[in-house]
Design a protein around this ligand. Structure first.
Ligand code: AMP
Ligand code: MG
Length: 423
């Protein structure tokens, strides 16, 4: 086929059309999963005051140097309740985890190293401690001026927590892309409809909507369009009016009734690609004009379900992540080293093959992969069993024991990663 391009060129074509969405100030507590557009810098120290890391007794280290010693207990200091006065030489105060260290104290003796005397009026300290013992110093976690989250980083749960600890209420973030999904094809029926002769159920739409959600974007169901130019055009118009990107499946191969091609060429500025990969060779990408000068990236993904999924993972996901504000080196799924647990033969055809595999961690923590079943691009069963795709370069394939490169798909389910990290 004329105009076959490599995987990297196809990805580059997509990325060139996907610019980060404009950032806005949003409540930090609602920004989990969003990508920040500006650094967040600490303006306060964390911890904000010296406090106890243990339940025990606040003392002056010098007073317990000759342990065992007995000291009067002059107050009790709980979290949220500072001491009524400073600690004087030769005194102890009962203290609990998170409570402010009283002025005058410089160490905490954990309760396990003490004995309560006289109903709590005194304490026998059994060990000498260094100044600073079990004491959390001001700013030992974060200091004013420390960058706590950088522009381009995603707001994870831990980062949401750290922002709250600093009193940061709003952040500059890119919005979560809204991604429309439409299926095309006369043969398709919805999951709840009876199947007449020649019909199949629309599996791509729920699958792509789920992939969009799994990637952290907002899925928008644009429904189904028959093989009819006006119906397809209408779905894309609705899509670009309400979404930041649109994915269609079907109608992009070389056949006569591949109407998505016809319609998208009429509506916008599309690039038709034949990518040197298997599955997922045909791909359309381009920008359709929406109101207000907005140009919306549209992906024409192939109809075969496995091709549709692989195409999403290799092309749409990186483009959508770029809209979401992820930096260029974090757009594509990571590739990991693994070992083929069986022969994976293929012939030279100029294409990179993606083999659906089950991944299992061996006792040594090495990821071993084997075929998850039939490798046809219509065989969603093997895709559904797979944890990963082996990247099999052009050539004759690999033999059992050979190193391979894999792309993990979705969250690991086989225990591949969990058992690897547990060993
Ligand atoms: P097409 O690219 O439209 O020629 O479709 C290629 C193959 O994918 C055909 O076997 C279609 O029936 C199938 N297909 C297309 N769209 C879907 C879909 N949404 N769900 C399941 N199979 C589909
Ligand atoms: Mg079709």
């Amino acid at each position: 086929v004329a105009g076959v391009i490599g995987l990297d060129d196809a990805i580059a074509t997509v990325l060139a059309g996907c610019d980060p969405l404009p950032a806005a100030a949003v409540p930090a507590a609602e920004a989990a999963g969003l990508v920040l557009a500006a650094d967040v810098v600490a303006t306060e120290p964390i911890p904000p005051f010296a406090n106890s890391a243990m339940d025990g007794y606040a003392v002056r280290a010098a007073d317990v140097a000759g342990a065992p010693v007995t000291l009067p207990v002059v107050a009790e200091v709980a979290a949220g309740h500072p001491a009524p006065r400073a600690l004087a030489a030769g005194e102890a105060m009962r203290i609990f985890t998170g409570a402010p260290i009283p002025d005058g104290a410089d160490a905490v003796v954990m309760v396990e190293r003490t004995e309560r005397l006289d109903g709590g009026a005194a304490v026998r300290v059994e060990v000498a401690v260094e100044p600073g013992n079990h004491l959390r110093a001001v700013g030992e976690d974060l200091r004013p001026g420390d960058r706590v989250v950088a522009a381009g980083e995603e707001l994870t749960a831990a980062r949401v927590g750290v922002l709250a600890s600093l009193g940061v209420q709003r952040v500059e973030a890119r919005p979560r892309p809204r991604v429309g999904v439409v299926s095309t094809g006369d043969e398709l029926v919805a999951v709840d409809a009876p199947l007449r002769p020649g019909q199949i159920r629309d599996s791509n739409r729920p699958m792509l909507l789920a992939l969009v959600a799994e990637s952290g974007f907002t899925p928008v169901d644009l429904g189904w369009a028959p093989d009819d130019e006006d119906a397809i055009a209408d779905a894309f118009r609705r899509g670009v009016a309400t979404c930041d990107a649109v994915l269609s499946s079907g109608g992009v191969s070389m056949g006569d009734i591949d109407l998505v091609k016809v319609v998208l060429d009429r509506l916008g500025d599309m690039t038709w690609m034949q990518v040197a990969i298997r599955p997922a060779k045909p791909l359309a990408f381009g920008l359709l004009a929406a109101g207000g000068g907005r140009r919306v990236p549209c992906f024409g993904l192939p109809g075969n379900p496995v091709s549709s999924l692989v195409s999403y993972a290799l092309f749409a996901r990186p483009g959508l992540r770029r809209l979401a504000g992820h930096p260029d080196d974090r757009l594509s799924l990571p590739r990991l080293a693994a070992v083929a647990a069986e022969d994976m033969r293929r012939g030279p055809d100029g294409k990179v093959h993606f083999v659906r595999v089950v991944a299992e961690a061996t006792a040594g923590g090495v990821l071993a992969v084997r075929s998850s079943g039939g490798q046809g691009s219509h065989q969603l069963g093997a895709m559904a069993r797979a944890d990963a795709l082996v990247v099999l370069p052009d050539g004759d394939g690999v033999a059992a024991g050979d190193p391979v490169e894999v792309i993990l798909v979705g969250e690991p389910r086989s225990g591949a990663l969990t058992s690897a990290s547990a060993t």
